[in-house]
Design a protein around this ligand. Structure first.
Ligand SMILES: Cc1cc2nc3c(=O)[nH]c(=O)nc-3n(C[C@H](O)[C@H](O)[C@H](O)COP(=O)(O)OP(=O)(O)OC[C@H]3O[C@@H](n4cnc5c(N)ncnc54)[C@H](O)[C@@H]3O)c2cc1C
Length: 545
């Protein structure tokens, strides 16, 4: 392969593009990532890395490093609702700090080795970039903008320009991933449209928003004593969602830009002061306009050799923080499949299964995000919320109950993160019976094929996940169960397979069978009491033949 050629070309080095690259690179598949910027984002974007995304980072060996950025481990990442940050607290969703979560008994509602991490995307992207740069198979071209792409019968090609020098370069490959965000030239070149609803108008979180990035260590001296990760200000004058970024005084405040009002530092200052309800010292670092209220999913996720991942495939209302996290889950799904095909053991159904599995998840997740925004819209602001005295107290108490419910709906949602289910996928050996209920706010671990493999602690600090192989893993819960037939089938199809004997009554009960086949992305491909009558067909199906 010469330097103008690679197996996979990736347009965009945001979270989706970098995670696809890391999935490929660690399996030795050469790829080139074209990223137009030279530095990671200087402005806050996604504020939260969900447990499921952290599980992916754990699998990729990144979770510990990622925990070092963002809110410190002792910081309580609550969500609190206020009239103004300096005035009444209306409701609070308490959340343990990472230190508390890891030291206490596991939370049965959130069975995971990786509690959610409140870390800013602007801090996480450098970790991903650094890691990608250390993998020899990845060529990360920073400062390169892709200007055109083409798909042929046997491959793809890209024309990219190095922005600093103006030098153009043509490079060809076998496959291409469009991970370059909402204004995706790859999606456009393929003529793929978004389906769904564009920017919906709402009083808050619909239409034009202003994000104000500022520094104000003093904030902690006048707001509620117990720190929060997300502070909401809800008053007649202005709504605001304020997010703590480093726990030391860096914040981003999101406010709606009213019709006819342009983004300006004056409006940003006014918003900071109105939502705080008092004057205090702060320093604005930057402001940015963005648009909220999207519920959009690409009508298809791929052509023959080109795939969309991340925001190029879906756009969210930011409620519930799902845009970036859905993007990483896309990348985890696509990465191993592309690697399998490039390494010669993936069948022709493998790559088409990416869109079949992921599009319904984007539809489900965008729907959920929208439902939260709509729920908030339906909560009309009561009279007297800011009044002193008992009438005000009862208005606040009553409204606070609704806010608690809103907070729980939006944030205490393990089902949306862990309940991703591919039971009807062509590469999963589905089981008869009804599809498990999909409740965003409730996750009941189960091991039906298609589900995320349930997490189990094997011993202190050691998750079952930590023993999985890089590619397929066959869990063997009964020492007497024979695995040789499946091993032999995998070997003859060239499918990498690790046999993992597990001596755990709890895990066996949860997984429901003696043999369970786990995919590289930790989803269950098949389970049974013993090897199936045609193990070659089983391995063929899960590897896409
Ligand atoms: C203000 C704001 C707040 C947000 N808050 C949240 C949140 O709380 N939770 C959440 O989950 N999500 C949030 N999001 C959304 C989240 O940031 C995105 O969903 C996420 O970044 C998507 O990742 P991606 O890799 O698909 O795309 P991006 O992060 O957009 O990455 C695409 C990359 O491609 C590069 N690129 C674009 N075109 C080209 C080209 N032609 N050539 C080369 N490179 C190119 C871009 O420079 C960029 O680095 C927020 C977004 C914004 C703007």
């Amino acid at each position: 392969m010469n330097k103008d050629q690679s197996s996979v070309l990736i347009v965009g080095g945001g979270p989706a593009g970098l995670v696809v690259a890391i999935e490929l690179g660690r399996r030795g598949v050469p790829c080139v990532v074209f990223e137009q910027t030279t530095e990671p984002p200087p402005f806050p974007k996604a504020n939260s890395t969900t447990s499921r995304t952290m599980e992916h980072y754990r699998r990729l060996g990144l979770s510990q490093e990622i925990r070092q950025v963002g809110l410190p481990e002792t910081y309580t990442p609550d969500i609190s609702y206020h009239t103004h940050f300096a005035d009444y607290e209306l409701a609070r969703l308490r959340w343990p700090s990472i230190k508390e979560a890891l030291a206490s008994k596991p939370d049965p509602r959130w069975p995971t080795p990786e509690p959610m991490h409140r870390g800013q995307q602007m801090y996480i992207e450098p970790v991903l970039r650094r890691h990608a740069q250390q993998i020899p198979a990845i060529n990360l071209r920073l400062g390169w903008k892709v200007e055109a792409i083409e798909e042929g019968l046997d491959g793809v090609s890209i024309r990219a320009v190095e922005l600093a020098s103006g030098k153009a370069s043509d490079i060809s490959g076998d496959y291409l991933v469009g991970a370059e965000g909402p204004r995706s030239l790859v999606r456009e070149a393929l003529g793929i449209k978004y389906e769904g609803t564009g920017a919906e108008d709402r009083e808050f979180l619909g239409g034009r928003m202003l994000a104000t990035f500022f520094k104000a260590p003093e904030f902690y001296s006048f707001t509620s004593k117990r720190p929060s990760w997300q502070y909401w200000a809800i008053s007649k004058r202005r709504f605001g969602a304020l997010v703590a970024i480093d726990g030391k005084g860096l914040f981003v405040l999101h406010t709606q830009l009213p019709r006819g009002v342009e983004k300006s530092e004056a409006f940003a200052r006014e918003s900071i002061e109105i939502t705080a309800g008092r004057e205090f010292s702060y320093e604005i670092i930057d402001i940015a306009e963005w648009t909220a209220g999207f519920t959009l999913v690409a009508e298809r996720y791929s052509s023959k050799r080109i795939f969309l991942a991340g925001d190029s495939a879906h756009l969210f209302t930011p409620t519930a923080g799902l845009g970036y996290n859905t993007s990483v889950d896309d990348a985890a799904n696509l990465g191993w499949k592309l690697a399998a095909v490039c390494n010669g053991w993936g069948g022709s159904n493998l790559l088409p299964s990416y869109g079949i599995e992921r599009k319904p998840i984007a539809e489900r997740n965008t729907r959920f995000a929208r439902s939260i925004a709509e729920y908030f819209r339906s909560m009309s602001l009561p009279e007297g919320l800011e009044d002193q005295g008992s009438a005000g107290d009862s208005a606040r108490a009553e409204y606070g109950k609704h806010l608690e419910l809103l907070g729980a709906k939006e944030f205490d949602a393990p089902g949306i993160h862990f309940g991703v289910y591919y039971g009807n996928s062509p590469i999963v050996m589905g089981e008869p019976g009804s599809t498990p209920a999909d409740d965003p706010n409730l996750y009941i671990p189960h091991a039906r094929p298609g589900a995320r493999a349930p997490h189990v602690w094997l011993k202190q600090g050691e998750s079952l996940y930590d023993s999985f192989g890089q590619d397929f893993t066959l869990l063997k819960f009964n020492a007497k169960a024979s695995t040789s037939e499946i091993e032999h089938a995998a070997k003859s199809r060239g499918v990498p397979l690790k046999i993992l004997p597990i001596d755990s009554v709890d895990a066996r009960a949860l997984y429901g069978h003696d043999l369970v086949l786990i995919r590289p992305d930790q989803h269950i491909a098949w389970r049974g009491p013993s090897a199936p009558s045609d193990p070659y067909a089983l391995i063929g199906k899960v590897a896409g033949f």
